[in-house]
Design a protein around this ligand. Structure first.
Ligand code: PMP
Length: 423
């Protein structure tokens, strides 16, 4: 395998960690080292590993029907659960990943409007398709004017046509974004936004920014797509309820599959009708494993456990963890901060105000300090993402969070002693 695995986001030098097993909040690697998992498969495992309720449903299902070339009632059950929680999702379809969900949403927006272009924010991840990779990791050398960011390809060889079809917006810069949207209004099928994008620092979109996107898309008869693949874990009714903005389409993934591969696109009845063959096959949406029974039962078990109380607990645990991170930085006298809300958080080795991708973009020294810190945590019993992101799960305990805060504090003290960070 090039790079030694099948997922670029897991690549870690000099070598990556290979997991052997996981249960609850703990993961054990092939060397027998146990760590507390605060990464939870990049925010997916909202009840930790092998939750008994999820395991039970999966075990019952495995001998009954794993995948099948027919529709099942299980997909109706999960569809009903999601539609009942999110008012803007009147119709839904399942995919096998968030990437596919976003692709289906884009196809739907194009078919509905008969326009080619999509606007997205700079530095924001929406999966690994040609289109959505654009400007998702632009560097200062290539990103161009802040008022009108360049469309920067991520993969070598990306065709020019793909670049032309994406309008890149500066997140939270209302005036510039509105100007760009107006300039391309006639060709815009829609705008896709993650209300708290992780790659660009887990900095929330401003309410007024979302209002601007909503009123532009309404005025322009284009489609507002909320990418909640990651942020659906912010609340019982999704991130859109937390942010007070009702999109036309929503993409989901991660938690709704209970640990199995999943994605979904849902939204307004009249837009989702493009997937209805009875309405003329506007968009073909196939997928051998779409809505497969294993994913559906795992997703149902996971989502049923996510009650209003469960979200309250996740919020409390997230607040507690963020306050521990702040205390550790202040106590150690090191420049740092934490962003995020609910069960999601991200550590930054800077005190610079963070408002969007460009202000978040770490200096080489900040990037180096963060990696050092993540390796320290890894070597002292905690797994986060390399980017410094953590996702709390419902089974995370206060004691584990205390231990995390203490370990981070110790790491920061070592960092200060070794002169790694500017005090
Ligand atoms: N959109 C967002 C906001 C995501 O965070 C991700 C995955 N991290 C995706 C899309 C892609 O999902 P998947 O990895 O399941 O393809």
């Amino acid at each position: 395998m090039p790079g030694g695995n099948t997922r670029t986001s897991l690549f870690w030098q000099p070598h990556q960690i290979y997991a052997a097993s996981a249960s609850g909040s703990r993961v054990v690697d092939v060397d027998g080292v146990e760590r507390i998992d605060l990464q939870n498969n990049f925010t997916t495992l909202i009840h930790g590993h092998a939750h008994p309720a999820v395991v039970r449903r999966v075990q019952e299902q495995v001998g009954r029907m794993m995948s099948i070339g027919l529709a099942t009632e299980l997909e109706i059950e999960l569809a009903e659960l999601i539609c009942s929680r999110v008012p803007s999702i009147e119709r839904i379809r399942f995919t096998n990943s968030g990437t596919e969900a976003v692709l289906a949403a884009i196809k739907a927006a194009r078919a509905f409007t008969m326009r080619p272009k999509i606007a997205k924010c700079e530095g924001v991840y929406h999966g690994s398709s040609d289109l959505m990779e654009i400007s998702n990791a632009s560097t200062p050398a290539e990103w161009g004017d802040e008022e009108a960011p360049a469309s920067v390809p991520m993969s070598r060889g990306t065709p020019e046509g793909v670049l032309n079809d994406i309008i890149v917006l500066p997140l939270n810069n209302i005036e510039s974004s509105e100007r760009l949207l107006n300039r391309h209004a006639d060709e815009l099928a829609g705008v896709i936004i993650d209300p708290m994008p992780v790659r660009s620092g887990l900095i929330p979109a401003k309410r007024e920014y979302l209002d601007m996107l909503l009123s532009f898309t309404r005025r322009n008869n284009s489609v507002l797509i909320f990418d909640e693949v990651l942020t659906f874990r912010l609340g019982y009714h999704g991130a859109q309820a937390v942010f007070g903005c009702e999109p036309d389409l929503t993409t989901l993934g991660k938690i709704i599959g209970g640990g199995m591969p999943v994605g979904a696109v849902g939204g307004k009845r009249e837009i989702m009708a493009v997937f209805d063959p009875r309405e003329g096959f506007a968009v073909w949406h196939g997928g051998t494993f779409n809505g497969n029974p294993m994913t559906m039962v795992a997703g149902l078990a996971c989502m049923e456990l996510l009650t209003l109380d469960a979200f309250r607990r996740l919020d409390e645990l997230g607040d507690l963890t963020r306050s521990k991170v702040r205390e550790a930085f202040v106590g150690a006298g090191i420049a740092g901060q934490v962003t995020g809300m609910g069960s999601l958080l991200r550590i930054h080795c800077t005190e610079r105000p963070l408002t969007g991708y460009r202000s978040f973009y770490p200096t080489p020294e900040e990037a180096c300090n963060l990696v050092w810190l993540m390796v320290y945590l890894l070597n002292h019993g905690f797994l986060m993402t390399r980017m410094g992101t953590a996702a709390i799960s419902t089974i995370t305990t206060e004691a584990e969070i205390d231990r995390f805060g203490d370990t981070l504090f110790e790491g920061l003290k070592v960092m200060k002693k070794e002169g790694l960070a500017a005090a």
